[in-house]
Design a protein around this ligand. Sequence first.
Ligand SMILES: NC(=O)c1ccc[n+]([C@@H]2O[C@H](COP(=O)([O-])OP(=O)(O)OC[C@H]3O[C@@H](n4cnc5c(N)ncnc54)[C@H](O)[C@@H]3O)[C@@H](O)[C@H]2O)c1
Ligand SMILES: O=c1ccn([C@@H]2O[C@H](COP(=O)(O)OP(=O)(O)O[C@H]3O[C@H](CO)[C@@H](O)[C@H](O)[C@H]3O)[C@@H](O)[C@H]2O)c(=O)[nH]1
Length: 439
Amino acid sequence: MSNICVIGTGYVGLVTGTCFADLGNKVVCLDIDENRIEKLKQGIMPIYEPGLEQLVAQNVRAGRLSFTTSYPEALKDAEFAFIAVGTPSGVDGEADLQYVRAVAEAIADHVDHPIIVVNKSTVPVGTGDWVADIIRKRRAGRPLQFSVVSNPEFLREGSAIHDFMNPDRVVLGSLDREAASKVAQLYLTLRCPILITDLRTAEMIKYASNAFLATRISFINEIATICEELGADVRQVAIGMGLDKRIGPAFLDAGLGWGGSCFPKDVKALAHMAVLHGSNPQLLQAVMEINRNMRRRVVMRLRKALGTLNEKVIGVLGLSFKPNTDDIREAPALELIHLMENEGALIRAYDPQAMENARPLLPKAILCASPYEVAEGADALVLATEWNEFKQLDFERIYHLMRNPLIMDGRNLWDPEHLRSLGFTYFGIGRATNGIVNG
Ligand SMILES: NC(=O)c1ccc[n+]([C@@H]2O[C@H](COP(=O)([O-])OP(=O)(O)OC[C@H]3O[C@@H](n4cnc5c(N)ncnc54)[C@H](O)[C@@H]3O)[C@@H](O)[C@H]2O)c1
Ligand SMILES: O=c1ccn([C@@H]2O[C@H](COP(=O)(O)OP(=O)(O)O[C@H]3O[C@H](CO)[C@@H](O)[C@H](O)[C@H]3O)[C@@H](O)[C@H]2O)c(=O)[nH]1
């Protein structure tokens, strides 16, 4: 059993802290957001993540997990301090490190025993050295015994606990092998490969992994666009490609493109790092451009089918950036809605979990209580997020509710044959059935 302090209670901090507690450690989670910590103490989760509420409650009851806003309290007995604060995009696409800096300073100010500082936030290459420098300089004259280890996190929202507990690999970067080995001990029961590298390499592995996954999605989306022109079906193409073991089936779902709190900011930050150091990241630029185009293309197809978007009522199903989360950061649905509103469209929308988060960003849209309410009087229905709840809708009912039976399936969730047989005009992404080229 180890004493762990986790700093930041966003997705990564909360899941890391809870899972380490569940693995038998004593964990204190710290956040400067008092409201957040107060709610966590009452068992109220600040985010929607399947299974999290129960796991937090179990570990709090077992006395292994607690929450605080006090640095001295959280760091008092900590052998490990995990940094899990946000690293959002700055003005030029660089990662904004103000929160990481504040944490490094707080550690320097509040720790008086040997400690291993483990960075879980996604940070530019070189940040681990920078953090060590901040602590060292702040403790000049009163040296602190510490090491910095980079431990990038690879969990996905919506399956965060499963991903943390069943990782494909754990990456640890440090010049201090002993410190890296001590962090490795925390993960031993998870029985996965543990890769120990230097600090900078570990930091790069995180960016390269996210950029590669985003590249796969943009690649299949580019193929989808070509499929639409040529009358092929991208879903079958992806299956055919994925059966090749060298390619594999994951992350080949064509659609409205990638969003969320990680891919957009991390691809941008990697490109920014490259430019800053004299490289020309052409592929990353293309990956981002293709992604933006997926939304524009859907708007173009709707405009073409309806003549204009001005005063057309468009129903949108799904607002979160992916299913099983209420996170709307960089959600493709929101960008799509704003593009359509710019052309005068009137939006009706529904999401199973993300309505509260989305409301302030959608002042003009009508937020509805169900998919059927969204369909009422709509000139087109767009699927933006493939929640399970949308798989089995009563399309006969929807057909009668809509003013014009046009469906734009932005995640290729539905069966085109079935919908066309009910009388809908169906557009998917990169799907043309029986040689019918999509509009
Ligand atoms: N969200 C994900 O799925 C995911 C997955 C892997 C990696 N990451 C990376 O992990 C990091 C955290 O992401 P997130 O989505 O959990 O962040 P988040 O923005 O949801 O939460 C960050 C939390 O840190 C707190 N915080 C800010 N400054 C603080 C300080 N000085 N002391 C204590 N707490 C402070 C904030 O109040 C907030 O609650 C980012 O670098 C992100 O790129 C995120
Ligand atoms: O085939 C696919 C797979 C995903 N997406 C989209 O890609 C985005 C990201 O999805 P996903 O990767 O499942 O969610 P995240 O929670 O953002 O997780 C990513 O970002 C995290 C933060 O860095 C990493 O830890 C994870 O490994 C990485 O998958 C979403 O908009 C999805 O709709 C597609 O369009 N097609």
